[in-house]
Design a protein around this ligand. Structure first.
Ligand SMILES: [Zn+2]
Length: 494
């Protein structure tokens, strides 16, 4: 009997070893096929990776014990306080993140900074517009209520901080119970779009426009970002002398701000503009926009680099409606369409198909992409980058738990993706760090490591629109900053 049991045990052990080997092999194959999975790390990078992964494993272990306090599984508004305590987050904050490729200029700067710095001039007022919405304004032309001087109100306020927090509420999506909002996505979008109406007149005043965009560049640098491509409408500005600045003059103004900033910050490679307009228009209006874009691009081919349509996709025009106007496009320019930012399947998500047929350079969101194998195969073959904005998708109500974000599939399949932040200033994020954190902790698998994060940064550079000179510079700056970062991580003072 003993001999027989021994034999069975041997067989059993052999079977278990084979089983374990097979398991290992499957996991290893998945790991290598995923985003960053094949990257080689230097020995210093390996050491930094161990530090990062010890922190990540500890945070996951803690999350398994206390899932209700695990920020990657929480809504950003509720999880942010815990994210800020995370060692992984602090690692990501210090990490060079390359380029910011999906952001809307007027939604990028922190609302706290705006209230503290752009609402302090004596000529600024608030009032209610025709719809009863609070707007900031320097004149009274849009006011349909009593006008309040912001400076006077601030001085008279019993509690200045409280007054500023109240003002900030008009330009920030934050709410303590986001689950209550989520039931009505139309409401969420209404609130989101109201923010841009509230600040519209504020940013159209030239001095404020300039201060705002200087701060935008500073916030990018503070988050270790060295380049950006932002969606902007370049709407006319006005100043104290009642002079109006045309769209081309606004482009000049913005370019000047960027060049001045670059002269003081030698590592900053630049900022370029994707001319972005609302996704609802008549055929004539769309044709006019394309004409304006062509003039801008002709005058500044390396600054106004492309075109996009923005706004809630489910209720906006389909790209297909404007194919005629959009097909007449300069060969040196690019499309960067928002497409597939929807929970629908087989409705507005077909915008992704039209974006591809119109030869888009990148796609904003493509949240619905995993539902369309024909499209995803083409995107992979043609190397069209997907701009994934995790927190935006959550705040705007497409997904609650970011561990269920569809980009997990794109990460597993090593699609050309970049992580971006859309309108971080309107929901209390800053730069890319919070979105990188969610990508790393919620979208990617538990074992995704420094390779994943470095690949995301490298992707952002690869899919940016750069001249050969700019590309050489960004690669040089990034490599140096990356080495400094790794050295800092390994330095005991870190
Ligand atoms: Zn966007």
């Amino acid at each position: 009997m003993g001999l027989q049991w021994g034999f069975i045990n041997t067989i059993n052990n052999f079977w278990i070893t084979a089983y374990e080997t097979l398991r290992e092999r499957i996991m290893d194959t998945e790991r290598k096929a995923s985003l960053g999975g094949n990257m080689w790390l230097t020995s210093d990078e390996e050491k930094a990776n161990s530090i990062l992964m010890n922190a990540k494993r500890a945070e996951i272990a803690e999350g398994l014990k206390n899932p209700e306090k695990y920020p990657p599984a929480m809504h950003f508004f509720q999880g942010k306080q815990f994210v800020r305590q995370s060692e992984v987050f602090r690692f990501i904050q210090k990490m060079p993140k390359g380029a910011f490729l999906h952001g809307h200029n007027t939604g990028m700067v922190s609302s706290r900074w705006i209230v503290g710095n752009l609402t302090t001039t004596s000529n600024l007022y608030t009032c209610r517009d025709v719809r009863g919405l609070l707007i900031f304004t320097y004149d009274q032309s849009r006011c349909h209520s009593e006008v309040q001087n912001v400076c006077t109100e601030r001085i008279n306020a019993e509690d200045r901080d409280k007054y500023e927090r109240q003002l900030e509420r008009h330009i920030n999506m934050h709410c303590s119970r986001p689950e209550a909002l989520l039931r009505n996505r139309t409401k969420i979008w209404e609130r989101f779009e109201n923010i841009f109406t509230t600040v519209d007149r504020l940013y159209k005043y030239r001095p404020t426009y300039c201060a705002y965009h200087k701060r935008l560049l500073e916030e990018l640098c503070e988050d270790n970002i060295i380049y950006a491509e932002v969606r902007a409408s370049l709407s006319p500005l006005y100043d104290d002398n009642n002079r109006t600045y045309s769209t081309l003059e606004v482009a000049n103004e913005l370019e000047r701000i960027v060049e001045e900033f670059k002269a003081k910050h030698h590592d900053f490679v630049g900022l370029k503009v994707i001319y972005a307009k609302r996704n609802r228009a008549s055929e004539e209006e769309m044709a006019r926009r394309i004409t304006t874009f062509k003039q801008l691009h002709h005058a500044k081919p390396n600054f106004v680099i492309g075109f996009d349509l923005i706004g809630q996709e489910d209720t906006g025009d389909r790209i297909k409606k404007h194919v005629n106007e959009l097909s007449n496009f300069p060969s040196t320019a690019n499309y960067f369409f928002h497409a597939g930012e929807t929970n629908w399947n087989g409705v507005s998500d077909w915008n992704m198909m039209d974006a591809i047929l119109l030869n888009t350079k990148r796609i904003g969101h493509a949240f619905a992409l995993p539902k369309h194998p024909q499209l995803w195969a083409t995107i992979k073959r043609r190397n069209i980058a997907i701009e994934v904005n995790p927190i935006s998708n959550q705040v705007l109500g497409f997904v609650w738990d970011l561990r269920n974000h569809p980009a997990s599939f794109l990460i597993a399949e090593n699609f050309p993706i970049v992580i971006s932040a859309d309108d971080p200033g309107t929901w209390g994020a800053k730069g890319l760090s919070y979105d990188f954190y969610y990508a790393f902790m919620a979208l990617a698998p538990a074992e995704a490591d420094l390779r994943f994060l470095k690949q995301l940064a490298l992707n952002s550079i690869e899919y940016a629109v750069l001249t050969p000179d700019e590309r050489r510079k960004i690669n040089r700056v990034f490599q140096r900053k990356w080495q400094e970062f790794i050295a800092n991580v390994l330095n005991p003072k870190y």
